[in-house]
Design a protein around this ligand. Sequence first.
Ligand code: EPZ
Length: 420
Amino acid sequence: MGEFNITGGHKLHGELKILGAKNSILPILAGTILNKGESIISNVPRLSDTFIALEILEHLDCTYTFEKDILIINSSNVSNNVIPIDLVQKMRSSIIFLGSLISLFGYCKICYPGGCKLGKRPIDLHLDNLKKLGVTILEVDDILICTANKIIGADLNLTFPSVGATENLILASVFCLGETNIINPAKEPEIIDLVHFLNSMGCNIQGVGTNCITIKGVSSLYNCEHKVVSDRIVAGTYLVAAAITDGSILLDNVNISYLQSTLDVLNQLGYYIRSYEKDNKVFITTQNKKLSLPLLETKPYPGFPTDMQSQFMALLCVSNGVSTIKETLFESRNMNVSELNKLGANIIIGENQTSIITGVNNLVGNTVYAKDLRGGASLIIAGLVASGVTTVKNSEHIERGYEDITRDLTILNGNITYSN
Ligand code: EPZ
């Protein structure tokens, strides 16, 4: 339960390298059990969520070494197929191990991940489609007991392009009889990265990033090496942090095409962006326009990402004019509104997950509370321009998705400290 203290008024400038993506390493770690061998993975972020996933792998009798950003997993002795309740409750995305375990053992016992601050977070799309693959699912007091003699490839039509469901169904189908076609899958870059990883160990998966992913069942897999794709949400967070401080920064090790929807919004807001595609770099500077946005609506990839909504909300707090954000993926991704208003922002929560933001001339430092990962990041962003000191409590939310936000913002000339 640490806290960040940010002293506002420092323009960000400098250069920073972006690390691997949280939402990529988590499903990849679930996939490392499939080859019952060695996976050498680089560009791995040292996040609290990474270490929870590694705890699960140890529980499944895997071993690992983790030096700097190089993670070597050995799953030769993977045997256990039960995920402890306490680990699922620590990280709801542990549900992603279900697909791998059912693939490998034809059995998995795991508890419902339950909801979180963002909303109910149901897993009906995961379970309904696993059943179409031949999985029997028994629910006893929120415990899921999943069994399958063999995974039978099938045509699966997702009614919503769920990221987690797409990942789980891919992982469940790698050894299937015949082939599985997932229609209307999620197209997020982290799924493309997962498929690159799985194909590097011998899986046969085509069509990722399109409207139909085809997984042809294989019988055996082998050792592999993979570099995790860079984190487009961490990169976007720091671009918005530079924008709000009227700063100029250069980010390295980014994938420009994966950042495009974020860059488009920054352009609409009047910021100057230079993308160096071949060098994987992006530069941003201000033109002091502080434009507002009539409507910013979150959508599945390649639309504007829900994971960037909170960060842009902070930026729009100090724009000229009135902006509206509409959150369409989660029922309650606006817990940061009350905290931003404590800093002097003027945000009203409207109907159907809309937030109406009337720009103010300045924000004033205060003590605020992170309630979720990206909402917490938005409070730090606001603190960079609030007068005086802003204290952001409940740092553990933010540490789930940012390896060391204090180090990174300090490199970029931000005035931020962390204390336990
Ligand atoms: C992943 O969550 C990410 N998490 C989230 O990032 C991200 O916000 C989300 O995708 C959307 O891009 C990880 O990858 C670990 P979904 P996931 O299944 O898989 C509904 C962050 O900040 N739904 O696409 O849970 C669900 O309720 C986190 O890094 C069903 O109705 O997202 C939600 O409203 C936050 N039934 C919507 O779909 C289902 O079976 C999006 O969920 C599954 C989902």
